[in-house]
Design a protein around this ligand. Structure first.
Ligand code: SF4
Ligand code: SF4
Length: 328
């Protein structure tokens, strides 16, 4: 028997799904948002190993909140997504409609509280770096990226504005299918990521499984106007072996069209709910990601300017070095 989500997510969330999410260490915020401890927050505070975005762009992993304003909502159902999708665990809902939206103020407050709760866990760890722990209590970066499509949240620009007023840099990750929402953002993020995980429409339909009609056309429209953003932009490709790592010429055309500040080629990671859809073998090795990036570089004129083997990610740009946007 399938359940339907109603208006209040917290109230109607099926026990299976909320239980599974809590097991995966999600902290639910209001009706449609969540914060999750990023692995690299832990690694930075306990083992002094920051994430690749600290290395590339200068943000601080230990001061970063990983959140989403659209936990269960998206215009795509990508095979590689770690998000719970309608149909997973035999629960279905309307994935393109955020019910009973919270205000940006409620979301920001909820995120800070959730992050504080996450950090409490570090007090008992003898390996905690206390300087970093103290700094972490005052977050300086938010990754609006955890899962879901953030542009489905109508007040996204105000949310970015509010985080920014609280002194945080904002990295926004979008699948680019809600073009007008992106072009009408009332406030730009510090850095904008657009996911491009297919070289053409056919692969897009197989791998990204859009729910929104004409999603491929919309994504291409977004790529067309990406250069109009003042902030640094990133075309991000999540690479899944045997699924979307061919047709480099077509990928190159998309990159040339968007002319982003960076391209991040990154391996699919076999985690979260993606385990229900893809096998462990679908994760490319770092060398395979590097080969993909090298071919793309050759075809676009972008250069490989950095890489992080531990995250299987390669950074390409026309710049010699990435712009440092971290504010602490
Ligand atoms: S920028 Fe991303 S990877 Fe780095 S700490 Fe924040 S959420 Fe984690
Ligand atoms: S666009 Fe992102 S959130 Fe949406 S299904 Fe794909 S990976 Fe998941």
């Amino acid at each position: 028997m399938l359940n339907k989500f109603g208006e209040n997510l917290e109230k109607n969330l099926a026990a299976t799904l909320s239980g599974a999410l809590r097991k995966q260490k999600y902290h639910l915020v209001g009706n449609h948002s969540a914060v999750k401890r990023c692995k690299w927050l832990y690694e930075s505070i306990v083992n002094d190993r920051p994430c690749y975005k600290q290395r590339f762009y200068g943000i601080k992993s230990h001061r970063c909140i990983q959140m989403t304003p659209s936990l269960f909502y998206c215009t795509q159902e990508c095979l590689f997504c770690w998000r719970a999708q309608s149909g997973d665990l035999e629960v279905t809902w309307d994935e393109m409609k955020i019910p009973k939206a919270n205000s940006p103020e409620e979301i920001v407050e909820g995120c800070f509280k959730a992050q504080e709760k996450i950090l409490t866990g570090y007090k008992g760890n003898p390996k905690t770096n206390w300087r970093k722990f103290q700094e972490a209590l005052n977050p300086k970066q938010v990754a609006i990226s955890l899962t879901g499509e953030p542009t489905l949240y109508d007040q996204l620009g105000d949310l970015i504005q509010l985080f920014s007023r609280r002194g945080l840099t904002t990295f926004l990750v979008s699948n680019g299918t809600l073009t007008s929402k992106l072009s009408n953002l009332s406030k730009e993020p510090t850095q904008l990521y657009i996911s491009v995980c297919a070289p053409n429409e056919e692969v897009y339909k197989q791998v990204c499984r859009p729910i929104l009609p004409k999603a491929w056309v919309k994504l291409n429209e977004t790529l067309d106007f990406l250069q109009s953003f003042r902030c640094p932009t990133v075309v991000r490709t999540t690479l899944v072996k045997e699924h979307n790592m061919d047709h480099l010429d077509q990928y190159a055309k998309l990159v040339e069209k968007a002319n982003p500040t960076y391209v991040e080629a990154k391996a699919y990671m076999h985690i979260g709910f993606s385990n229900l859809r893809l096998s462990f073998e679908c994760m490319p090795t770092h060398k395979e990601v590097l080969d993909f990036a090298a071919q793309l570089a050759e075809k676009t004129g972008y250069k490989i300017i950095d890489e992080a083997p531990e995250s299987r990610v390669v950074l390409l740009s026309r710049l010699e070095k990435p712009i440092q946007v971290g504010n602490s």
